[in-house]
Each structure stands twice: as C-alpha cells, then as structure tokens.
Design a protein around this ligand. Structure first.
Ligand code: KIV
Length: 310
C-alpha cells in the first residue's frame, strides 16, 4: 500500500473535502480513463479522480474535448469505477450535455451517476451555469465547477490561453467563483489563471479550489495523468505540466526488445510455452493421427493402410 494511502486511508467524500480545506490539507487530484490507470491512481493515494473529458484528446485521439459524447463518458466512468475504492470519483459532463437546459443536465448527470458509478459531476462555466448547478444540487447530484480556461469553449476563446489577465477579467473570475459556490458547487477547478487571482479566489470561497496551471495557492492540484507520466502526444507542453516519468520511452523500449526477441527466436523460451504430458506424447508417437472421428484424418489413415498392403 502506498505511503499516501497509509496516511489517509479513509474514503474521500464530498462533505469531507470542505473539512480538508478548513484543516489546510492540500488535496491531490488526477485524471483516469480506464480500469488499470484507475487502480494505479487510487492505490497511490490520490484524493479525487476525475474522468475528464480530456479523454477525448488524451485517449480517443480527438483534437479537442468538443466531440466527446455522453456515451463515451459513461463507458469510461464505468471502467474507472471498477478500479477505485478510496478516492472521490468525479465524471465530466461533456460538451452539449448541459447546454440545452437543466432537465437535460439532470438526465445526463444521472446517467454518469447511475450507469457510470460517479459520485459527482463536473461542468464548465461560472455565473452562466449557476442555474444548472443549483438544479443538479437540488436533485442530490454533487457538482464540481470549472472556471478560467474552459476547454469546451475553445472555439469561443480562440485557443487555450491564460485567462483573467486584466483587472476586469480577474473580477469576473472572482464573481464566477462566488456564483458557483452560492449555487451549491462543492469545489471549483481554476484552469490556467494567474496565481494571484487563484489566491484571491481561494481566500474568498469556502469550497476547495482545484488548480491546474493556477499556481501554488489553490487548495488542491490536478494534472492529466498522461502528462504526468509522459504518455501525452500533444504538440505543446504547457508550463504547468511537470513530467515525473517517461512511459512513452519505457514502452517503446519494451516493445523494441520484444520485437528483437521474436525476430531472433529468443522469445518464447521453453518456460514460456507448455509441454505435452509424457503419456500423451507416447500415444501420439504410436499413432500421430489425432481424431479417429475426423473424416479427413480417416481418409489419410486408410490411404496409409492401402499403401502398406501394396
Ligand atoms: O478534462 C479534464 O481532464 C479536466 C481537468 C484537466 C481539470 O477538466
């Protein structure tokens, strides 16, 4: 069991997160998209696991998160659910799932909770989404909000850029954070905003702030798992990504060694295949035709007998 999990063995819950903020504990959050990564991330002691719609660019090969569907999110959330025991499991609401009104948002969120096994959902937007957040919370669905750089708005924003750079933009961010808290969100992601603004927001709301590219003052930090372990194929690496391993290199090397062994005949060895038991080998030696009911084999057997008679 990991060090982190030994230190904090108890199940992470929505009410427990606010208490963690009050105690000044920093929370660890990561994405996961399938069963094996969910097992690893949970067993390493991560507090919150997000099945992000980043699954679109990271795993499914889309250019952005925009094409990700609700069915895709449900399928990935179900896989992650099977691998998570301790962390709080949050699933992203994909683009389009909550933009047509609160009823549609509730229907989509219920699928992620009931079919996917998520304990909470995340959606992008501040004041404009307050009504939807309130409605979801009224229906007993915990909501993580997400403001700053909201990747589902990529076409409106014109790219993935630092948000909240002017005093006016910063005030809007603060108003967004207050609005989602007031609407009932239990936490808020701050993506790619200046650290001073993240500090201001963190000090202004009672719910935990979860930073990605938002500096050290947030209550929690989240990264995309594949960026952290060097399995990302994106053309640029944002400055906030710290890569702790190079799994792409490790996997390429492992596959190269396997290919070499196959081509040279070094794989498989005798220990990596199965011997025929001695008794069967002896029987086979006496009569190599395997299946007496097999017509082709029997034809072959009579031909052999005929030859012997001649
Ligand atoms: O989709 C995602 O992975 C996210 C996090 C990076 C916050 O929204």
């Amino acid at each position: 069991m990991s060090y982190l999990k030994q230190q904090r063995p108890e199940k992470v819950t929505v009410p427990g997160l606010r208490a963690s903020k009050e105690r000044g504990e920093r929370l660890v959050c990561l994405t996961a998209y399938d069963y094996p990564t969910a097992r690893i991330v949970d067993e390493a002691g991560t507090d919150i696991i997000l099945v992000g719609d980043s699954v679109g660019n990271v795993v499914l090969g889309y250019d952005t998160t925009v094409p990700v569907t609700l069915d895709e999110m449900v399928r990935h959330t179900r896989a992650v659910r099977r691998g998570v025991e301790r962390a709080l499991l949050v699933a992203d609401m994909p683009y389009g799932a909550y933009h047509t009104g609160p009823d549609d948002a509730v229907r989509a969120a219920l699928r992620l909770i009931k079919e996917g096994g998520a304990e909470a959902v995340k959606l992008e937007g501040g004041r404009t989404r307050a009504g939807v957040i309130r409605r979801l919370v009224d229906e007993e669905i915990p909501v993580m909000a997400h403001i700053g750089l909201t990747p589902q708005s990529v076409h409106k924003l014109g790219g993935f850029r630092l948000q909240g750079k002017t005093a006016t933009a910063a005030r809007r961010l603060l108003a967004d954070a207050r609005a989602v808290e007031e609407a009932g969100a239990f936490s808020v992601v701050l993506e790619v905003v200046p650290r001073e603004i993240a500090k201001l927001v963190t000090e202004s709301v009672a719910i935990p702030t979860i930073g990605i590219g938002a500096g050290e003052f947030c209550d929690a930090q989240i990264l995309v798992l594949h960026d952290l372990v060097g399995l990302s194929f994106s053309r640029t690496r944002p400055r906030f990504v710290r890569q702790y391993a190079d799994l792409r290199q490790a996997m390429t090397e492992a596959i190269g060694r396997f290919a070499e062994d196959v081509r040279s005949g070094a794989y498989p060895s005798q220990n990596e295949s199965y011997p025929l038991p001695a008794e069967a080998a002896a029987e086979l030696h006496t009569d190599p035709i395997l299946d007496p009911e097999d017509e082709i084999a029997n034809g072959h057997r009579s031909a052999l007998n005929d030859q012997a008679k001649c």
